[in-house]
Design a binder for this molecule. Structure first.
Ligand code: PMP
Length: 305
């Protein structure tokens, strides 16, 4: 990924992709205190546009706030940086990765006195869990790793260090032949995927874990809440057990990378008919209408680059 042409926005300027480097004594590399975002730009009839740019930037600033980090740029500058990298790399659509980290002035657990940095990169990225998975649904395994307790590394911040837990869970699941992991909270209730929020459908009602289960407040999750309302579907946010997922009619993951991905199986137990369910399909198709600019109601969620 690092040795290629292109531009990365780094601390206020566009630098050559190959030269966007940090020192090995970077504080965040040693202790994991940093925050990032995952954002997508889509092709629309009116050109390339970034989906829910302002909300992603706000979450990045909130993540930094939770980590007691002061991003040395304004939200407007960070919004502009994301538009600039899409343009500079000539992308029609793609994934945008802003990241803020602590510099290499000194080591030791306390980051005080170190500079805070920010970079934004962008590249083309198709369906995160595979094109096939988008149509047929993916196979998921309940992780043997527990999702973070709400008072450990902070679950509403998209922090670098939170992803060690996601990596362990994803590697375990994929080594066992599954597509993705589902993590439970410390009390044993369903929290989220390694990089996705979870929804289930039962008797025509949609359920998703409430945020007290330590799931990230996903922007795609929020988009699905809007879609469900528009479709006249009831959504209940509550505590969910793993066996409620087994006996659901449908299940799906949401995320900026994963978009809306149906789940056909959990722990080798078939969910519903074992394929993308009808409500999942309606939500998925409404989602792609919105991100591709085909639903005027949500035109304000698309920022042209
Ligand atoms: N949970 C986790 C752990 C994630 O990494 C992500 C992806 N950012 C999500 C949920 C979904 O969030 P969003 O829809 O904002 O991308």
């Amino acid at each position: 990924l690092h040795d290629r042409d292109g531009k990365i926005w780094m601390d206020g300027e566009l630098v050559d992709w190959r030269d966007a480097k940090v020192h090995v004594l970077t504080h965040t590399l040693h202790y994991g205190c940093g925050a990032f975002e995952g954002v997508r730009a889509y092709r629309t009839e009116r050109g390339t546009a970034i989906f829910r740019l302002q909300e992603h930037t706000e979450r990045l600033f909130n993540s930094a706030k939770i980590l007691r980090m002061q991003i040395p740029f304004s939200m407007e500058e960070v919004n502009e940086a994301q538009r600039a990298v899409i343009r500079a790399n000539g992308l029609e659509s793609g994934y945008i990765r802003p990241l803020t980290w602590i510099g290499s002035e000194k080591l030791g657990v306390s980051p005080k006195g170190n500079r805070v940095h920010l970079m934004v990169a962008a590249w083309a990225w198709g369906a995160y869990l595979g094109e096939e998975g988008m149509k047929r649904g993916i196979r998921v395994k309940t992780s043997s790793y527990t999702r973070h307790h709400v008072n450990i590394t902070m679950t509403q911040a998209k922090t670098v260090s939170n992803y060690t837990n996601s990596i362990l869970a994803n590697m375990e699941a994929t080594d066992d032949g599954y597509d993705e992991a589902l993590l439970l909270d410390p009390a044993g209730f369903v929290s989220e995927g390694a990089g996705e929020n979870l929804f289930i459908v039962k008797g025509g009602v949609i359920y998703t874990p409430d945020l007290s289960a330590g799931a990230l407040n996903g922007i795609t999750r929020n988009t699905v809440l809007h879609i469900a309302k528009d479709l006249g579907l009831e959504v209940v946010q509550k505590r969910i057990t793993r066996d409620e997922v087994y006996i659901a009619d449908e299940a799906f993951f949401t995320g900026t990378a994963a978009e809306v991905t149906p789940i056909r199986e959990l722990d080798r137990i078939q969910i519903g008919a074992g394929q993308r369910g009808p409500i999942t399909e309606r939500i998925q198709s409404a989602f792609f209408d919105i991100v591709n600019g085909r639903n005027p109601k949500y035109a304000h969620w698309l920022t042209p680059v």
